[in-house]
Structures are given as C-alpha cells and as structure tokens.
Design a binder for this molecule. Structure first.
Ligand code: ZN
Length: 206
C-alpha cells in the first residue's frame, strides 16, 4: 500500500506538495513547489529515494521546484500524450505504485487528476471547499464537464487538493458537494496580486 505524506509547503498560497512512498523505499512527488526545505526534510525523515515527479497542471505555483528535484534525479513524467480529448487517461507504475493519470481540463488546459488506490490528487480542479478559478488560462465549460465526470468516481475516494482552501482533505463526494462555494473578494484580490508577482519570475513551462 502506498504511503501518502501531505506536505504543507506554503508557497504561493497554502500550497501542498505530496510525497508518495512505494516499494523498496522509492518515492515520488506530486507538485514540487513551495518550501524546498520542507520537502527535503520529509524525504530524509522517511528515508526514501526520490525517483520521479508528477505535475497536476502548469501554473507556476505548482511546478517551481521541478528543476531542482530533476537535478536530484527525479524525472518528470508529464503525460503530455493524454492532453487531447477530455478524460483521456494513462496508467503508469512508479515505485511499484499504480498511477492513473486522467486529463481533466478546466482550471487550466493541461490539468490532470491522479488516482492512486483509493485517493484522488486533484490539483486546483477541486478543493475541500470550492474549485480553482478559470481566470488564468482555464475554461468554465470544460471545468463544469470535468466536475461532472468526477461524479462518476467512487464518492468515498479520498481527495488531496493542491491548496488548503477550507481544509486539507475530504472525501470526493464532500468536495464535489462543496464545489459551488466561491472565494470571497479578499481572497480573489489576494490571488490576483500574487499571480502578477509569480508570472514575472516564471521560468519555462513543463
Ligand atoms: Zn492552478
């Protein structure tokens, strides 16, 4: 069974990185971002080797540490090949763990969710309370379709979001039932301000 470590990496805005630990002390990251120190501390504490990394979507606050961990030998698997038809998917095995990547556009045109055992890693597609904005390269109609598609999965699945917006984890059903919740004006203004700063320092796309 996979071990999931949710790392509060701060970053842009209460971001999460995830360390997934599989067989033979091998591990991989989802969304390497925020505090490098927190991630490295978690890797050391669990005495694991990092072999790969995944990315939920190409917003700078989710991928800023990809080059750093690539330089440490963790290859990025970016699933570009499924980014054509919505809900196309591909299964790979990393560290003995089966990862099902699903193309779930909406929040961004390259967004993916990862299903691992009874867990879904949703990036900014779905939070514990609310959904990611489509204001930065997204599409409302596609996001609506994606959320409808997520309704077809086991409602008891555990949701692991990309940010702590209203909670760290919940069931998929609880999150979908909360998906109508909108952030307040203060939160939206705050994001707008920070996005401007982030885009200025943005490096390459993945
Ligand atoms: Zn995003």
């Amino acid at each position: 069974m996979v071990k999931i470590v949710q790392i509060n990496v701060k970053g842009f805005d209460n971001n999460f990185s995830y360390l997934l630990i599989g067989k033979n002390n091998e591990s991989f990251l989802i969304d390497a971002t925020g505090s490098k120190e927190e991630i490295e501390k978690t890797i050391l504490k669990n005495k694991v080797v990092l072999v790969a990394q995944l990315l939920t979507h190409n917003h700078p606050d989710h991928c800023e540490l990809i080059p750093y961990f690539e330089s440490k030998g963790a290859k990025l698997i970016n699933f570009k090949e499924i980014e054509n038809v919505p809900f196309a998917e591909k299964v790979v095995e990393i560290a003995g763990v089966k990862v099902r990547a699903i193309f779930t556009p909406g929040h961004l045109n390259d967004a993916k969710c990862f299903i691992i055992e009874n867990n879904i890693f949703s990036g900014d597609t779905l939070f514990v309370r609310g959904i990611g904005t489509t204001a930065y390269g997204g599409n409302d109609a596609l996001l609506k379709k994606t959320l409808e598609y997520l309704r077809t999965f086991n409602p008891k699945m555990i949701l692991w979001p990309g940010h702590d917006y209203g909670g760290t984890t919940s069931t998929l059903k609880q999150a979908l039932d909360n998906s109508h919740i909108k952030p307040g004006k203060k939160a939206r203004d705050n994001i707008k301000k920070k996005v401007g700063e982030y885009e200025k320092v943005r490096g390459k796309k993945y």
